[in-house]
Design a protein around this ligand. Structure first.
Ligand code: NAP
Length: 480
């Protein structure tokens, strides 16, 4: 069986960040196992029309691989994928990626003190495993009763071969993905029916290409790029401030959003009433679009807020008994965010599975380390999602933390396991951190089936970066 020092599962931003960090510090015996045919993670799969990030490029990029030639404020999916390829190549980690390799199980061997990683291409052993499969990689398609005989696909598995022109299209869901693809879909389709379950709060986002002089300024004038990055850091932290203080700062932003949304649907009071959110600003993800609401007001677009009851061969049946006849259904219904690395089987010390360890909900020290799972580290794990900042900042911090753990493991020639009491205390602290924030005031994909918020980090980006920046050996024990 082949042995490698570190196996990284997943070649998205997390896996690539980890590999670069390890390589820069001389940890070069690394394999990145990726089930997809290429690196890119969520940005490889999400190719729907209009796919882009709503975090500005200057901040949705690695601190060590800054670019001055972004064409617009928020990068499009092709921009991001190209960027990740370039960075992986520049740092020599693209060749570590073994594509088409589906990891099915990671099992800790108590006797040999190492991991056996089972893949579609055979088994291998590793001293440490970094799971970088993220929170947004398993499309969630609702199990609706009935059968639809037309065409259907999920936004993360866009069928580019299917021509939407002249078709009657149903879009189920109005989350961050749908608000990006509904405007271009409505441009093509003969008719679009948008099924909204819950309304959203919106902030403006036009994302037009930068005017030429502005691009010149960013590219040529020293310090402008750095200034933009620093400015965006604070603007993003302000969003978190809003979510943390819904009764004060939150009200100011809510008013801004209210005025913006009202202006967008000024002449459509009936539509406004139906789509308006009824929960605290910031509880669910705040959406950024200046084109989605005007699209809903188009004559060839219908918004349906009646609950969906079932599918019929010719369309979607709502609770009022109406059948919405369509040729195609696009599911913009998001991801199984709280499943983390499942359905991969992960078994730690004493044969205990991660599924057992997480029966009451996923939790990990800094979202990275789980007691009883020696030398297993998670990137973008439990409670590390950001509602305001850039996930890239979190991933860089996690990569640095894991690298320090691996250096200690190498120096001590032993596997490391986070102390249960350390992890339990940090989990209590994280859960308490949500008290009084907007996150607790509604249901959202941040919660698991028990209602526990398991995806989000409750504080600021800088808090996470600071905490993960200092690895404390005393918080770990040498695995027996
Ligand atoms: P999402 O935010 O989870 O939205 C899913 C949508 O589908 C929601 O409107 C949800 O309604 C609806 N839905 C789910 N199940 C349904 C059902 N059974 N019947 C009717 N409606 C149903 O998913 P997403 O839009 O794919 O975005 C997921 C995450 O990806 C985002 O939150 C964000 O973190 C990330 N993302 C980021 C960007 C970016 O620019 N950075 C862009 C796209 C996506 P409810 O609200 O009622 O649950």
């Amino acid at each position: 069986m082949t042995h490698v020092q570190v196996v990284i599962v997943g070649a998205g931003f997390g896996g690539i960040a980890a590999a670069i960090e390890l390589r820069r510090h001389g940890l070069t015996d690394v394999a990145i196992l990726e089930k997809a045919p290429d690196l890119g993670g969520t940005w490889l799969h999400n190719t729907y029309p209009g796919a882009a990030c709503d975090v500005p490029s200057h901040f949705y990029s690695f601190s060590f691989a800054q670019r001055r030639d972004w064409e617009r404020l928020c990068p499009t999916q092709p921009d991001i994928l190209r960027y990740l390829h370039e960075v992986a190549r520049e740092h020599g980690v693209d060749r570590l990626v073994e594509t088409g390799t589906h990891v099915t199980a990671c099992r800790w061997d108590d006797a040999a003190r190492r991991w056996t990683v089972s893949t579609s291409k055979g088994d291998r052993t590793a001293d440490a495993v970094i799971i970088a499969t993220g929170q947004l990689h398993q499309p969630a398609t609702p199990r609706l009763p009935g059968t639809f005989e037309g065409h259907a696909f999920h936004s993360a598995e866009w069928d580019h071969a299917y021509d939407l022109r002249g078709r009657r299209v149903a879009v189920i869901g109005t989350g961050a993905s749908a608000v990006q693809f509904v405007p271009p879909v409505a441009e093509q389709a003969a008719h679009t029916t948008v099924f909204q379950r819950t309304g959203n709060w919106f902030l403006p986002r036009r994302n037009r290409p930068y005017p030429r002089p502005y691009r010149w300024l960013i590219e040529r004038v020293p310090g402008v790029q750095e200034l933009r990055r620093a400015t965006w850091f604070w603007i993003l932290e302000l969003l978190t401030l809003t979510i943390r203080h819904p009764r004060t700062v939150g009200r100011i932003w809510r008013t801004y959003s209210w005025v913006f949304m009202r202006g967008q649907l000024r002449d459509h009071p009936e539509l406004r009433e139906r789509i308006w959110p009824d929960y605290t600003f910031g509880c669910k993800r705040i959406l950024f679009s200046s084109t989605f609401l005007p699209t809903l007001a188009r004559k060839d677009v219908e918004v349906v807020t009646e609950p969906i009851e079932r599918l019929a061969p010719t369309g979607v049946v709502t609770a009022d008994g109406r059948t919405h006849e369509v040729d195609c259904i696009i599911y913009g219904t998001g991801f199984r965010t709280t499943d983390f690395m499942f359905p991969m089987e992960v078994t730690g010390a004493g044969g205990r599975s991660l599924a057992e360890a997480w029966t009451g909900g996923a939790h990990a020290h800094l979202g990275i380390a789980v007691p009883g799972f020696p030398s297993l580290y998670v990137m973008y794990g439990p409670n590390t999602n950001t509602s305001g900042g850039s996930i890239i900042a979190y991933l860089e911090a996690q990569a640095g933390y894991i690298r320090q753990a691996l250096e200690l493991q190498r120096d001590r020639a032993a596997a490391l396991s986070v102390r249960p009491e350390v992890e339990a205390a940090s989990d209590r602290e994280v859960q308490a951190g949500f008290e009084g924030t907007a996150w607790t005031s509604c249901d959202s994909w941040y919660r698991d089936a028990n209602g526990r918020i398991v995806t989000s980090w409750p504080w600021y980006m800088r808090d996470y970066v600071e905490r993960a920046g200092s690895f404390a050996p005393a918080e770990y024990e040498l695995a027996a």
